[in-house]
Design a protein around this ligand. Structure first.
Ligand code: SF4
Length: 317
């Protein structure tokens, strides 16, 4: 593989092997690029793509900066930062794959253990699909075309599956052991810490015993444990919170612990849901989204609340 491939996909085995033998000449520049990479990933949720005019020594710096970034992120000692970093790295790789050759995209897929066939459609095995498909209605298996145990995908959908696989790979490999990391990288990590937003603290939502429907309680717990919720799950939780009387600002804040939180997008969606007066999805819909976790014998998560406490579903202060 060429250096340009490794610079786009530095999480691959080949890139790692390259770094074990390559020598970066300008360590000061390397540290600068690595710090920027982490600050952009955690602070902005996005790592800018490389300029197209890089020579080999600059491409090598890009590969090396990934290795140093992983050490910096590990030194921050936060699962939230690790997840946010992994999301940004996965998005970066996804942007490259979107316009890369099939040959390169398939090489990335093989690295990630995702086996793909191309024949009019891109197809992946049922198991890989279940493991890596985004948890949204569009990707629900019932909405997909299946053939001989394989799931048919458009190219952009296949790339989206790989993006998730990249994210999970990076998350699973971090944090690294921090003993023995050189002092200059420790200093870089402290600099990065001063340049990134503080880790958001979970909003205290008092969940009286049994007050919240089990499905909503589970979503709230997933938010606190920094799980990335699907778009549908977020929407259902946001609408439910609005329906029980939470204010827009409070609902937005509730989502701030999510590693891919984007305040303006979240605010827009929550305000939109509040303005349109959306109703909490029924239990049947929750079930079809894969979000029902119990058999409560009610028709709606709001009815569960009413049934247990006799509370009005729309108590506005
Ligand atoms: S039955 Fe309804 S209220 Fe109970 S967990 Fe499922 S969706 Fe939620």
């Amino acid at each position: 593989m060429e250096l340009s491939f490794y610079s786009k996909y530095p999480f691959t085995r080949g890139a790692k092997e390259l770094m074990s033998s390559a020598k970066v000449r300008d360590e000061f520049q390397l540290m600068g690029i690595a710090k920027r990479r982490v600050v952009d990933a955690i602070g902005k949720g996005k790592i800018p793509l490389m300029s197209v005019e890089l020579d080999d020594s600059q491409l090598l710096l890009q590969v090396a900066s990934y290795a140093v970034s992983r050490m910096i992120v590990s030194l921050l000692k936060s699962r939230y930062y690790v997840n946010r970093y992994a999301i940004a790295e996965a998005k970066r790789a996804s942007s490259y794959m979107a316009s890369d050759s099939d040959e390169n995209v398939l090489s990335v897929a093989r690295e990630l253990g995702v086996e793909c066939e191309i024949d009019n459609y891109y197809s992946v095995s049922f198991q890989d699909y279940l493991r890596y498909a985004p948890k949204s209605v569009d990707y629900k298996l019932v909405n997909r075309r299946l053939s001989r145990g394989r799931v048919m995908l458009r190219r952009d959908e296949f790339v989206r599956i790989l993006e998730e696989a990249v994210k999970l790979k990076i998350e699973s490999e971090l944090p690294l052991k921090t003993e023995g990391i050189p002092a200059d990288i420790n200093e870089a990590a402290e600099e990065v810490r001063r340049s990134i937003p503080k880790e958001p603290q979970p909003v205290a939502v008092s969940i009286e015993n049994g007050e919240f429907a089990p499905c909503m309680k589970k979503l709230l717990e997933d938010l606190k444990t920094v799980e990335n919720l699907s778009h549908t799950a977020r929407w259902a939780l946001a609408v439910y919170m609005l329906n029980i009387g939470m204010k827009v600002d409070e609902v937005v804040k509730l989502f701030s612990t999510s590693p891919d939180f984007d305040e303006s997008v979240t605010r827009y969606q929550v305000e939109h849901a509040a303005k349109r007066g959306y109703k909490t999805p029924s239990c049947a819909s929750m079930d079809s989204y894969g979000l029902c976790v119990s058999n409560c014998g009610v028709k709606s998560p709001l009815a569960y609340r009413r049934g247990v406490f006799g509370k009005s579903p729309a108590k506005h202060d």
